[in-house]
Design a protein around this ligand. Structure first.
Ligand code: DC
Length: 204
């Protein structure tokens, strides 16, 4: 069975950075599954039809990283038919030889429940909102810190509160709280967990 690393967690906790770094360090392929939902939301029209007909070109749009695209993604992600239409793509990606890292909300719980490593990367809402706000320019950002914090809380509530595949740590996930960690420290911890599991799985 190929080696799969599942990285889940709320928005702006650092899971994308951790997932990319782990993939680069161990030579695994990486899939940011949030992009699938963002692409479905951005296509407009019927989200179920959009999910069923998603192509690589849809994932290459350059407007998928905006807060508006994240918001639209979070809405279409609550529809079970949309989630169902995206399962095979994600599982096929995980099954590729050579190992894969998938980051999202339900990778360890639903998409790859047998993943060799499950990381739940999280941070306090205030810390995540501050990162978003600083990225957007801090005092010169178009939005106030309080408004960014409201958005973070609203997205958490939707992602954690939906009936189908809500955001939650798998029972066997290793939690990585990045609230008080530099990105380097968070990556180092994730790499250590993966290295230890890899060693065990190769009988070392
Ligand atoms: O990780 P992200 O911010 O790009 O994700 C955008 C939205 O997509 C997120 O708020 C919820 C949804 N999503 C999901 O439901 N399941 C995933 N595996 C990935 C993302």
């Amino acid at each position: 069975m190929p080696f799969t690393v599942a990285v889940d967690g709320p928005a702006a906790a650092g899971k994308g950075t951790v997932a990319r770094a782990v993939a680069a360090r161990f030579g695994f392929a990486h899939l940011d599954t949030g992009l699938l939902y963002r692409a479905v939301g951005a296509k407009g029209g019927d989200p179920v039809a959009a999910a069923q007909s998603l192509t690589e070109a849809d994932l290459a749009r350059d407007d998928l990283r905006s807060e508006a695209a994240g918001e639209a993604a979070s809405r279409v992600a609550a529809l079970p038919e949309v989630r169902g239409a995206l399962v095979a793509f994600q599982r096929d990606f995980a099954a590729r030889p050579g190992g894969a890292v998938l980051d999202g909300r339900d990778i360890g719980t639903v998409i790859c429940p047998d993943a060799a490593v499950k990381l739940f990367v999280t941070a306090a809402p205030e810390v995540r909102a501050r990162r978003r706000w600083l990225e957007a320019g801090g005092d010169t950002a178009p939005e106030s810190f309080d408004s960014v914090l409201d958005q973070v809380r609203a997205r958490d509530a939707r992602d954690m509160g939906r009936a189908d595949a809500p955001l939650r740590p798998a029972a066997d996930a290793v939690e990585l709280d990045t609230s008080g960690l530099s990105i380097e420290a968070a990556v180092a911890r994730a790499v250590a967990v993966v290295a230890e599991r890899l060693e065990r799985s190769s009988g070392g």
